[in-house]
Design a protein around this ligand. Sequence first.
Ligand code: EPU
Length: 418
Amino acid sequence: MSGLLIKGGNQLNGIIELQGAKNSALPILSASLLCSTPCEIHNCPKISDVEVSVRILESLGCICQTNENTVKVDAFNAKGCSISDDLMCEMRSSVIFLGAMLAKTGEAELSPPGGCELGLRPINLHIDAFKKMGATIKEVCGKLVCSCPDGLKGCNIDLPVASVGATENIMIAASTAKGTTTLRNAAKEPEITDLANFLRSCGARIKGDGETVVQIEGVDRLYGCNHTVIPDRIVAATYIGAVAVCGGNVTIKKACPSHLHAVIPYFEQLGCNIDCKSDEINVISNKKLQGNIRVHTTEYPGFPTDAQPIMLATATLSRGTAVFVENIFSNRYRYVAGLNKMGASVEVYDRVAVVRGVDSLNCATLDATDLRGGAAMAICALAAKGRSRITSVEHIDRGYENIEGVLTKIGADIVRER
Ligand code: EPU
């Protein structure tokens, strides 16, 4: 099992380039299945979730070529409509292929994703929407079997929760459905707009993305395009958190600071100086962090749940009290036990976590519980006294491209053991 060995205490200084967004790349790769000519998707992060998505596309009959951060997808001969259990197990978000498979072939079969590290992850909203669009969906021997031999039809859909994945799945499927789909209470995350931009470049007719009501007028077919994935706002927040606790001066290039407008002020409240230009973020942390903060996670444009573990890790080393309320996922504090093992003082009461900042942390051996929880552990280890070891790094590798290389470049002592 591979691990990260991190010797804490180094300041971080220098320049890094931000990777593309995992949560944009995945739905865009799925949507490429609908294109009748090849797509070139640039700035795809080299992470395991993208590798799994490419394997899913290949298993459906696409010809894919990956060259550094560009993935080419030719879906012309893709006739597959079923994702194997192995691939479903490797990536919960494989459900994002459901709408594309149904729209392309009139059929889709996959095993429901079940729960995960963050709590229950139901897909009822995806299923209800596709039923409303004319699909029949049954559970047969533990598999979801979906069919719409006459194609999907546009309709009105009101989401009870502004689900990111359901919004994306509906937008993809509705792009080639008959008639117009009006989606109310749609998610507004920047990754939704990125997907809409990709689909529009392929010929889709979509209006209102980034707002509450999205209208998708179905077209006969989509064509391939060249698209560049937006920067990963959560990875940016992670590197800001690392500089905040270690001290130093780091510039993050190829970023989109406006996507972090709900996150950056909290780092500033704790004492970091953050200067944003149109596509870069400079972070200076040159004094003991201090301040009392209250963070409520909510849908975009609010504070993102994915940045909650990052902000909480930063708060463990900040003088004062920080209160977190997790409103999106039911079980997103599992990583906290690892931080407490290092000497942090965090108490969790259901969806609330109270952090009392300490002066220093000690090294420890920690098992990454999930993607962002693992990143939170890495942030604390970078600032802790001594050499920490983080195991189950495969969680971190799902979303961070070459995390040890990026951090080494700015002065961290971090190596991967294999
Ligand atoms: N929900 C339902 N029914 C559904 C779908 C969602 O009840 O059919 C609930 C969920 O249980 C959750 C809430 O709605 O409580 C929001 O879930 P959402 O569907 O928005 O999440 P997702 O699409 O499964 C994406 C990201 C997550 C991110 C969330 C929230 C991808 C691949 N994943 O998940 O990213 O936390 O949106 O912003 O885009 C991560 O990158 O670490 C990560 C977990």
